[in-house]
Write a protein that binds this ligand. Sequence first.
Ligand SMILES: [Zn+2]
Length: 115
Amino acid sequence: MARIPGWLFLIVGLGVVIYSSIIQSSAQADVSLQLFYYIGIIFICWGIIKMIFRAAKDHREKSPLKKVEMMRKAHILQQRHQKPHVPAGTFCPRCGRRQPDSHGRFCRVCGYRIR
Ligand SMILES: [Zn+2]
């Protein structure tokens, strides 16, 4: 389904309202034209609702990204300041077990080749 922007609904709604009101003023009052007029108003309302929801969605989508970015930067800074106090052990990428012998080429648990 193609995403129709809110402002398009707004413009179409306005167009329908203006058009039907012009026709209605020149011609005799028609029930079908009145219906068009209400449809136009519904379109305008829908357009406004869509625009509000879209703005809210954009806001929600942007804020967690910013938070993640800030957390990532803080983490990098933290890593720069503190030296690793625990010697980096080798972990098997397959079973995740820590290897007692950091020079071993194969996992002691599952035999997976580490280096
Ligand atoms: Zn393993």
